[in-house]
Design a protein around this ligand. Sequence first.
Ligand SMILES: Cc1ncc(COP(=O)(O)O)c(C=O)c1O
Length: 524
Amino acid sequence: MYRILNAHLVEKARTPFYDQLKKYVLMAKDAWHTPGHSSGDSLRDSPWVSDFYDFIGEHIFRADLSVSVPMLDSLLEPTGVIMEAQKFAAKAFGARQTFFATNGTSTANKVILQTLLVPGDKLLLDRNCHKSVHHGVVLSGAHPVYLDSSVNRKFNIYGPVPKQIIFRAIEQHRDAKVLILTNCTYDGLCYDLPPIIEAAHARGIKVIIDEAWYGFARFHPAFRPTALEAGADYATQSTHKVLSAFSQSSMIHVNDPDFNEHLFRENFNMHASTSPQYSMIASLDVARKQIVMEGYKLLARTLDLTKELRAQINSTGVFQVLDLPELLPDEIKQDGIRLDPTKVTVDISRCGFTVEELIQELFERFNIQVEKSTFNTLTLLLTVGTTHSKVSRLYDALMRIARENRVARRIYQTAEIPRFTELRYLPRDAFYCAGETLPLLDENDNINTRLNGRISADQITPYPPGIPVLVPGQLITQEITQYLAGMLRSQKHIEVHGIVFDGYLPCLRVLTAIEEKNLERLKD
Ligand SMILES: Cc1ncc(COP(=O)(O)O)c(C=O)c1O
């Protein structure tokens, strides 16, 4: 028995790609191929840039190799150690097949959408999906049906789509091909996925779950079920966000019984670089090994730290961690939503700083950088890399600030994103129109009423929270222009992606009357 167990352990502990990469580097072959730095030789003795070599470290250069090295396999057509590493990952994460993506989940989402959808195919999607999903809509030519997310108005947190809205959309759009949702959300809210996936499958709809923030979930019962365990056909995970992989290293897990691997490959190859970064592939191999071998222990520790941090923050008497009932928007209180406790959202409204001031105070005075914020909350992310001393330093900082007894500041609530209006044309058709740019505000700062009733050619996304206020093909209304103008006027620091600036004048790219005439109007 011991020998069998040991054999299993030895097998799981293998890292086929990483082992081979190390082996190759130690062989110290002369490189007559790319990359141009040639194992760092171009940098090492340079009077100008050797500091970069010293800072980054020798091995990152030695391990930066090219597809010319056959023993390291090919990411685009794996038959050797990359294929083997992907098979190990599939087994670990409970997939039929797993693919490594070196351009993040941003690309993973686009690849799957392009694989599953042809122009005109209907896609049900959370409007709060990451922007890569909206880009996937343009690339695939899909006909999107946007499902408005729930909103917690007290904290301006956008949550899951209410179950009833999803069920209704599945019923109404019998011709839908795909449903895509984000689980968990950025703030850690997890859907009750099994009945949703079951309802979608009953109508022949494939389900993709963006698990960018939930790649660790399979390795501790507190977080299960994962998307695949709940029956999803595809799950995309930013391994780098929550496990020990390098940035941009993600995984695509496939359980679709009708998976068309050829089509997937064609789309994957359309997006992937022909010169992948091998350290990233090795980091995926190693992250998988780590979470398999010691994931339960690490996640149990992370959960303990989470509990400790929550209690400590609440003990300041000023900062308060939001629990599930406070986070949940009213419309999803009965939806069986769970909270991933490793995402810690803190109400800061009584601390005497605005959220921007607090973030700056934490950064400059205490050397602390947080994950995200709303007008009255901060969100902290705990991962397998969170340490006890880091938790103590944060507690110390918050306690010091709390003891300063500042008078609570008046905090101005940001406006709620207008509900989706109407999609007149396919986003892809609208995006590829030349359009014309119309100012959002005139020189006297008045809102341009000529935009009302026009159709956006671009995706307009204020960041944060990253939810598109307009997508290509969408009808512009006064409510939307007022919202955008309010945002540009009141919060100078906010990024609004998609706005065209004519000098200082913010403009929107809209379809011309002739372009609209030439496009086919969508039916529903
Ligand atoms: C829900 C969601 N999906 C996808 C992505 C993109 O992931 P990546 O950074 O791996 O490209 C993000 C990034 O923040 C995200 O929040």
